[in-house]
Structures are given as structure tokens and as C-alpha cells.
Design a protein around this ligand. Structure first.
Ligand SMILES: [Zn+2]
Length: 358
């Protein structure tokens, strides 16, 4: 499997939170040959079911990797000297400092290339030089006269960032939306890995909608699919410029989470799987909710035993997010091995683990 090719296709397909039709179609197509059924639910999550070979009724494992990305939305169309400019608001956790100088795609009646322009610092009034950024100052220029802009763009249209995926040295990749298309790619690797393996459980691969805004797709897909256990796959902060205290480095393998947001039995089983295949992993800890789909899955229905596997990533929520291809491949293989090792005793063991006094 050409990981870079998949990452390029996935990250360059737009899917700002709440406007995920296009990326949903791309993922459906990608998963079609790897699943028994693929569909898109009412919210926009892609749900692929792959049947195991165990006796019916088979237990079900849900794998969730969110498909949405941070983006912008048109709030107002303004005019200056006959040209139309777009005032915007954010979709998800956008850091305004990263916006100036970006090229975007405005998803109007047709896709329009736009730029977020700015003045050189020395031309700003003195009081704005240190802290020049606010959404009220920010305008997107699509290079068209007011009339054209009004014809082609409506308030509420989504805007995505326009940043191609690029290979860097030693298998690093930089792109926008690697949060969380890197994890969608890992789930794809997992589904392909299962082609060569016997496995008992049913696997429900879900590319969840609207994680960046409200973890929505995790709640709704876990409710509908009623899994017996679940694993969320997301990206996590790796050591890089400005973040030296992180213990996690690019290329050091997937990260298995421990903490109240995961079931200890799931974390343990993931660790055992990594050990069995001699895969290097790191461990992360979250003292409360992890801020990922793992929360939505864990509290869905009557509570679902949930694990969290993460891919190390630098510069989260910027247009130069950076990951290592090998981490994507290993995360996919870890998930595939985990699935292949699930047997009919797994749920009993999970329940026993919950009752253990030590
Ligand atoms: Zn994110």
C-alpha cells in the first residue's frame, strides 16, 4: 500500500467540519474494496462493515477515525472599491495566527481559489503591530468584483485550506488535515492487513463526522452500531519546534493511551498486541477526557470499553502538520493484529478486569 499516495488523496480532499460530503465520498471509495458494506449515515460519517469468521452472533469492534478537518465559513460578504471580500468565522480549533498568507478554497456555487492577505508589519498602526490579528481584520480575496462574488458565494459556505501534501526527508510527510486523515489511512492499512488474516469479530470501520467541533460522529455511530468494544484513532502532539517536553517523537511508532478515558483492559490488550509483534510503541496519559472520539465512544449507550491509538504529529491544527509514514503503517498493522487476536473470551476478560480489586 502506497501510504503517501493515500495521504495525498485524503488530505487534499476538502472536508471542513460539518461539510464533509466530498471527503466522505473519497473514503467510501477507498474502503469499498476492503469491506462487505460501506455507507454514509445521516450525519456524514462513513461506516464500513467487515464481517469476521466467528460464529454468529459475532462480537463487534468499532474503529473510529474522524474524517473532518478544521476550516472556515463565510460570515459576511463586504465590498471595497467594487471588489467583494469575504469575512469569515472558524470551523473547529483554528489558530488565527496561522491564517494570514494562506491560500484557501471557497466552496461556493463552484470552488474558488482565495487568499488571506495581510499588510507588511511596518505598515500597520503601531498599536496593532504586536497583536494584529482578529477575525474582524481578516478578509478572503477571491479576486472577483462584488457582483460576481455575490453570485458565486453565500453566507454559510465552507472554506478549506489549500495545501498540497509533500514528502520530506526520511519518510516524513507534511500536509494540512493530517489530523485526522493520517488515522483514516491507518484504518485503511488495517482493513487491508486483514485480507491475509483469519479474524472472528466483525469490524466496523467508521470515519466519523464533526469530531473537530463536537465529537458528534463518535456518539451517533456508537449508538447505531452497538459495538462491544471500540478503538479511537487520532493524532497526538510529537516533539518538534516549540514542544520539546513531549516524550513522543515522529517515527517512534504508534502511541497507546492510558487514563480514565480508556478502558484499562483495552489499553492492556493493545500493549500486549504490540509486544507480541515486537512493535515499538509509546505510551501517553490523559488524566481526564482525551479530547478525541474516545470520549464519545466511551460514554455512548451504556458505556463502551474503548481504547485510543494515536499517531505522532507535529504542528497540530496548522497547514504544515507533519507525520512519519512509518507511524501510519505501524498503527494500521497494530490495529489489524489487535483485531486478529480478538476471540470469544476477550469480552469476559475485559469484564473480569473491571472487577479486579488490585
Ligand atoms: Zn484536530
Amino acid at each position: 500500500m502506497d501510504i503517501f499516495k493515500i495521504l495525498k488523496q485524503l488530505t487534499e480532499t476538502p472536508g471542513p467540519s460539518g461539510f464533509e460530503k466530498q471527503i466522505g465520498a473519497t473514503i467510501s471509495e477507498l474502503w469499498e474494496p476492503l469491506a462487505d458494506t460501506v455507507g454514509v449515515d445521516r450525519l456524514g460519517s462513513v461506516i464500513a462493515v467487515r464481517h469476521g469468521e466467528g460464529a454468529e452472533p459475532r462480537p463487534r469492534l468499532l474503529l473510529a477515525a474522524h474524517l473532518d478537518e478544521i476550516g472556515l465559513m463565510v460570515k459576511q460578504i463586504t465590498t471595497q472599491n467594487g471588489n467583494g471580500f469575504l469575512r469569515v468565522t472558524n470551523l473547529g480549533g483554528v489558530d488565527i495566527r496561522h491564517l494570514y498568507g494562506q491560500t484557501v478554497i471557497v466552496h461556493g456555487q463552484r470552488d474558488l481559489v482565495g487568499v488571506i492577505g495581510s499588510l507588511p508589519g511596518w505598515m500597520l498602526p503601531a498599536d496593532r503591530r504586536r497583536n494584529p490579528f482578529g477575525y474582524e481584520d481578516l478578509a478572503i480575496d477571491v479576486g472577483l468584483p462584488e457582483q460576481e462574488v455575490n453570485k458565486l458565494v453565500n453566507v454559510g459556505d465552507a472554506i478549506s485550506f489549500r495545501q498540497p501534501a509533500r514528502k520530506m526527508l526520511s519518510k516524513s510527510v507534511t500536509a494540512k488535515a493530517l489530523d485526522n486523515r493520517a488515522s483514516v489511512a491507518a484504518v485503511t492499512v488495517c482493513l487491508e492487513y486483514l485480507n491475509g488474516r483469519h479474524f472472528d469479530w466483525d469490524v466496523i470501520a467508521v470515519a466519523t463526522a464533526q469530531e473537530e467541533t463536537r465529537l458528534l460522529g463518535a456518539f451517533t455511530s456508537a449508538f447505531a452500531q452497538q459495538p462491544d468494544a471500540a478503538v479511537a484513532i487520532d493524532v497526538t502532539f510529537a516533539k518538534g519546534a516549540g514542544l520539546n517536553e513531549s516524550q513522543i517523537t515522529l517515527g517512534s511508532g504508534p502511541v497507546i493511551d492510558i487514563g480514565p478515558n480508556v478502558h484499562p483492559g483495552m489499553a492492556d490488550a493493545l500493549h500486549k498486541t504490540a509486544k507480541a509483534v515486537e512493535m515499538k510503541i509509546s505510551t501517553s496519559t490523559h488524566p481526564r477526557a482525551s479530547g478525541t472520539d474516545a470520549y464519545g465512544l466511551q460514554v455512548a449507550r451504556a458505556g463502551i470499553p474503548t481504547g485510543l491509538v494515536s499517531i505522532p504529529l507535529r504542528y497540530m491544527h496548522t497547514m504544515v502538520e507533519t507525520i512519519h509514514e512509518t507511524d501510519v503503517e505501524r498503527a494500521g498493522r497494530l490495529l489489524g493484529e489487535f483485531v486478529a487476536r480478538l476471540d470469544d473470551k476477550f469480552l469476559q476478560d475485559l469484564a473480569k478486569g473491571m472487577m479486579k480489586a488490585d
